[in-house]
Design a protein around this ligand. Structure first.
Ligand SMILES: [Zn+2]
Ligand SMILES: [Zn+2]
Length: 228
């Protein structure tokens, strides 16, 4: 009888820009990830909303927290493309390169959204840590629950910093409000798919990947820089 194979989390090489970033289990703790005051103790999968707002308004990289450069990399799903907003702040190209390898969702190793997100937080012993004020997020009733759902396709989009604009979409009866980076009208310097959508477990077909269809259509007409 052979031993079951336990998947080892990837620990990709850390780029120079992230040399001083906090590490947890050998992985960089992104700047906007919720963490205790000792940032080597993150709550994986949870965002620090104050840091998220600051990253958007001050044009900071969501991984290293430093100001973005001329070229900004965004990671988006087909639904973000349809809505014209990237809900996540941009990253430096080298921070994106690292994230593509380290993030199980972007690397394609994760096929479902976390079915049991941590909603109860462990408090630490540091009296100056903010963790005593952490609260579970209230879900917007217009938001489809993602937990346990098959992973979406993800794309990498490069835009110039001159087109990096934060917008707020107040939402509709069926769509929750979102604040993020305006995709409509932004000059796309490069687009490529970084992972496919995971198949649904019950055999139902995944929503049509309209971004892929859009890019395939654009490619027929000689739209540059496409690598699907
Ligand atoms: Zn704490
Ligand atoms: Zn960065």
């Amino acid at each position: 009888m052979t031993e079951p194979v336990v998947p080892v989390p990837a620990r990709p090489p850390i780029p120079v820009r992230l040399a001083h970033a906090p590490l947890a289990q050998g992985l960089v703790v992104p700047h906007i990830t919720l963490a205790h005051r000792d940032r080597t103790r993150p709550v994986w999968g949870k965002l620090d909303h104050r840091r998220l707002r600051e990253a958007l308004s001050r044009r900071l990289c969501q991984v290293c927290g430093q100001p973005l450069d001329d070229r900004v990399v965004l990671y988006i799903r087909p639904a973000d493309h349809l809505r014209g907003i990237s809900p996540e702040p941009g990253v430096h190209p080298e921070c994106g390169h690292y994230s593509r390898q380290a993030c199980p969702m972007l690397a394609g190793r994760q096929t479902r959204y976390n079915p049991h997100p941590p909603e109860k937080f462990a408090r630490c012993e540091d009296p100056a840590c903010q963790c005593r004020r952490w609260q579970a997020n209230e879900r917007d009733s217009r938001e489809a629950p993602r937990e346990g759902q098959p992973a979406d396709a993800w794309y990498e989009v490069w835009i110039p910093i001159s087109d990096y604009t934060t917008v707020h979409d107040p939402g509709t009866d069926t769509a929750p409000p979102v604040t993020g980076i305006e995709l409509r009208g932004a000059k796309l310097l490069k687009i490529r798919k970084v992972r496919d959508a995971a198949p649904a477990a019950d055999g139902t077909s995944h929503p049509v990947d309209l971004l892929r269809a859009h890019l395939a259509f654009a490619a027929m007409f000689g739209y540059g820089g496409l690598r699907l």
